[in-house]
Write a protein that binds this ligand. Structure first.
Ligand SMILES: Cc1cc2nc3c(=O)[nH]c(=O)nc-3n(C[C@H](O)[C@H](O)[C@H](O)COP(=O)(O)O)c2cc1C
Length: 159
């Protein structure tokens, strides 16, 4: 199995989990970075007109990605992100729509302030309808290598 861990992280929490997952899975890692970085003001979910509030409300918004990666050589892509408004940030849809994920295994994972994956898996499937989605996982900050290993074993991605 050739595995890629691709993640977006606005404040570093998902990044830390992604790095641990990549280590446990012996996978390549790629950071999905926005062409226009999110400022602190952009991330203010209490502000009804902040960039993230507007993007999250607009189902068609597709924030541009700074650089791409060719996923064609991978069997499985683990896609990580922070939960924003009970789903995935729309830059994840940008990533999924940027190339052909047909037949690829996709496993969502996230960090959050407490909520679960919510509508993220379903919303992601709309952007990659021919991928094979596996059950995703929400991790808390400081997720252990043991819990990550078990998750990857249960998914059949590692021995
Ligand atoms: C715009 C925005 C919306 C968020 N919405 C939720 C949410 O719906 N549920 C939740 O539990 N946490 C929510 N959070 C908290 C993040 O999911 C959490 O802090 C996450 O671990 C941040 O990951 P990062 O450091 O990789 O960006 C939100 C954060 C932001 C900035």
């Amino acid at each position: 199995m050739k595995i890629l861990v691709a993640f977006f992280s606005a404040s570093g929490i998902t990044k830390e989990v992604a790095q641990t997952i990549a280590g446990v899975a012996n996978a390549d890692i790629f950071e999905i970075t926005p062409q226009v970085p999110y400022s602190k003001a952009d991330l203010d979910w209490t502000n009804e007109t902040s960039r993230t509030t507007l993007e999250s409300k607009d189902k068609a918004s597709r924030p541009k990605i700074a650089k791409s990666i060719d996923i064609s050589g991978y069997d499985a892509i683990l896609i990580g992100f922070p939960i924003w408004w009970y789903s995935a940030p729309h830059i994840i849809n940008s990533f999924l729509e940027s190339q052909d994920f047909s037949g690829k295994i996709i496993v969502p994972f996230s960090t959050s302030g407490g909520s679960e994956l919510g509508s993220a898996p379903k919303d992601m499937q709309k952007s990659a309808p021919n991928a094979v989605f596996k059950t995703g996982q929400k991790f808390n900050f400081g997720a252990t290598r043991a819990s990550i290993r078990k998750w990857l074993q249960d998914l059949g991605l590692i021995a």
